[in-house]
Design a binder for this molecule. Structure first.
Ligand code: ADP
Length: 280
């Protein structure tokens, strides 16, 4: 005689099975939700970092524009009286032909005026609009050329320059301006290194998700790095810590990168030195 299973216990077993399925589905959904939440958190964090970087860049851009305008105004104001001083000094120079000691003093005035005129014309050049004339160019070739141009400074300071990245890379940019920016960064790096060191230059294609479309360039030196309290001022025109610096080098680099719709970031990485990263 076969044993009969009571309909009530069949029902009970089915319910338990269904409950099991519901719990499983529930935990799958929870797991998926958890993953989506983590992904969302990651994206928000990335966007927050990007936003604060963009805010810093915008702040710097506004500050540089205001400083540039002020410098241009001052340079124009200084240029006219300088012309007059130069003219009177040369007249005095002729009058002093029979008094060599006084003539020496007048010539010192002329020398000072000439130096000031040099600074004024550099300032006016800096404040003029920089427009990139973008053409197809090999960025690696420009990089090699810049290292070549800097070779006297590199050799004098016993600085080795190592370039990594593709042997050729065609990009759309202004070769003269990009060359000038790279050269400025290499010369600064070489001046920062005293008693031998290395400049590592890394060239690469930007990853697909990057805002940059042309190239990424990192110039990292083995110098002392940039003192943290001046880090946010080094792109300001006329900011210099050097006895004979003009403080226009990095301001010009910044304007060149900007003219290419790119960005430049400077850091003191944990391993030491200063690291400039250009994304164009
Ligand atoms: P200048 O070279 O005439 O001083 P820059 O605008 O090129 O003007 O540089 C501004 C300042 O930034 C420098 O005086 C220096 O203090 C700092 N700086 C630039 N590059 C580096 C570097 N690679 N390492 C350390 N400090 C640097």
């Amino acid at each position: 005689m076969s044993t009969q299973i009571a309909p009530a216990s069949i029902d009970h077993a089915r319910r338990i099975e269904e409950l099991g399925k519901i719990i499983l589905a529930y935990s799958e959904v929870t797991e998926r939700l958890q993953m989506a939440h983590e992904q969302l958190n990651h994206t928000v964090r990335k966007l927050q970092i990007e936003l604060s970087e963009k805010n810093l860049q915008l702040e710097r851009k506004n500050r540089l524009a205001a400083l540039g305008e002020m410098a241009a105004g001052m340079a124009h104001e200084i240029r006219n009286p300088l012309g007059g001083i130069q003219l009177y000094a040369s007249m005095l120079d002729k009058d002093m032909a029979d008094r060599p000691a006084s003539q020496q003093l007048v010539r010192k005035i002329s020398g000072g005026v000439k130096r000031l005129e040099g600074l004024v014309s550099q300032t006016l050049q800096f404040t003029r609009e920089i427009a990139a004339n973008a053409v197809e160019m090999d960025i690696r070739e420009i990089l090699d050329q810049s290292v070549d141009f800097a070779s006297a400074s590199l050799q004098a300071r016993e600085v080795a320059c190592e370039i990594t990245g593709p042997g050729a890379m065609t990009v759309l940019a202004d070769p003269i301006l990009i060359g000038q920016a790279i050269l400025n960064l290499i010369l600064n790096a070489s001046e920062a290194i005293s008693g031998g060191g290395t400049i590592k230059i890394e060239l690469r294609k930007p990853p697909a998700e990057s805002n940059a479309k042309q190239f990424h360039l990192v110039i990292h030196d083995s110098g002392p790095g940039i003192p943290p309290h001046v880090l946010d001022r080094i792109f300001n025109p006329f900011f210099t810590t050097k006895d004979h610096g003009t403080g226009l080098g990095l301001a010009i680099v910044h304007r060149i990168v900007e003219a290419h719709d790119g960005s430049i970031v400077v850091t003191n990485p944990p391993g030491g030195g200063a690291r400039f990263e250009i994304r164009i």
